[in-house]
Ligand binder design. Structure first.
Ligand code: KG4
Ligand code: ZN
Length: 357
């Protein structure tokens, strides 16, 4: 039986290739992120205005030798030092997932080490407990509520004793996706979310009452397509009034557009807080973990902190470096399952574009 200090010394190698980032990371047994390398494919997809699945798969294959070499070199280790191998098994682009899964399975098989296929959202969910590089991750509390907000998902999870229950999901567009679409309409380049957030900082909010959508059946599910339509119509109305809305070329973005983006961001974040408030009322919780690419949003970080403080809830906001897709979160989620004695049969677990958490 391995003792605690042996367990702290193990090294988990994680691979994440679910979309357009080729990522590899090493996390040790105490949850320290030893190295995390993320190679972006933005340039390869830019001319197409979005991610092209076929290109993503080919880029993952092309990037892997450099990304894996860099990961091991920076960690100061060789393949033989890896104790557990993990990869994202889904959801995501199937061709892209297959690259990471096939690599991880082959490495695990070649080294004779355990393999784990990790759900991408499970990676995001627990990433809120990661700390700055070099610091051990916080132990995952027995029970907490997780809010995962990304380009593909807006979801609320209840976690108790390792079991994850989906409380609410997006019924249409995810929040990050709507940020991207609004930005695209204004001529910004992908990913537009961070740029829209930055522009919204400079706007004066309050010009427009945008509605916070709720489901008629009382469910806590999210819906962002109505907000998207309201904002796209507002942009059209501004254009009719002669306002320049093409921000890709405008030297100075017009105040009307900045104000609209500010209102848009406020309504988008307000929907998240609406769901959290209603959930907390019906089913009080004491720890909230917020993660996913959109958890980098400045207003969301600020408002979530204020909301949690008011209710004396412990908030865990994912560190900015692990908000977007990365492999440290995959290695960390694998470590959590490995500690529970779990592993997957590499011959039985397949990549899948859509899978429940
Ligand atoms: O988690 P992630 O890297 O990938 C997915 O799993 O989807 O999330 C990416 C999403 C993109 O839609 C991106 O525009 C959005 O997160 N995003 C933001 C911000 N930073 C990234 N959205 C709003 N504000 C931000 N600061
Ligand atoms: Zn993600």
């Amino acid at each position: 039986m391995a003792n605690e200090s042996d367990e702290a010394r193990i090294l988990v190698l994680g691979i994440e290739t679910s979309c357009d980032d080729t990522a590899c990371a090493v996390v040790d047994g105490s949850g320290v992120v030893v190295t995390s390398v993320v190679s972006s494919q933005l340039e390869a997809h830019r001319d197409f205005g979005g991610v092209v699945p076929e290109i993503a798969s080919r880029e993952h294959l092309a990037n892997w030798p450099t990304v894996s070499r860099e990961t091991l070199e920076r960690a100061g280790i060789g393949w033989q030092d890896v104790d557990v191998v993990a990869a994202t098994r889904g959801p995501g682009l199937i061709g892209a997932l297959l690259v990471g899964m096939s690599l991880a399975k082959a490495i695990a098989y070649g080294l004779g080490k355990p393999f784990l296929g990790i759900h991408h959202l499970e990676g995001h969910l627990y990433s809120a407990f990661l700390k700055a590089p070099g610091e051990p991750a916080e132990a995952v509390p027995e029970s907490f509520v997780g809010l995962v907000v990304s380009g593909g998902h807006t979801a609320l999870y209840g976690v108790a004793d390792g079991a994850v229950e989906t409380i609410a999901e997006t019924r249409d567009d995810a929040m990050g996706e709507v940020f991207d679409k609004v930005g695209k309409r204004l001529g910004l380049v992908y990913p537009q979310g961070p740029l829209v957030d930055e522009l919204a900082e400079d706007g004066i909010p309050g010009g427009r009452a945008l509605t916070v959508a709720r489901c008629r059946d009382g469910s806590l599910d999210f819906s962002y397509s109505g907000l998207k339509t309201q904002v796209l119509l507002a942009i059209e109305a501004l254009e009719k009034d002669g306002v320049e809305t093409e921000l890709g070329t405008a030297a100075e973005p017009p105040a009307e557009v900045l104000g609209l983006l500010s209102d848009f961001r406020a309504a988008a974040v307000a929907q998240l807080l609406d769901r959290l408030t209603r959930l907390h009322r019906s089913r009080p919780f004491s720890v909230l973990a917020v993660s996913g690419g959109v958890a980098a949003n400045r207003l969301l970080r600020h408002e979530a902190a204020a909301w949690a403080q008011e209710r004396e809830i412990d908030l865990r906001l994912v560190p900015l470096i692990y908000a977007g897709d990365n492999a440290a979160m995959i290695a960390h989620a694998a470590l959590i399952r490995h500690r529970r004695g779990e592993s997957d049969n590499p011959l039985a677990v397949e990549a899948a574009s859509r899978i429940p958490i």
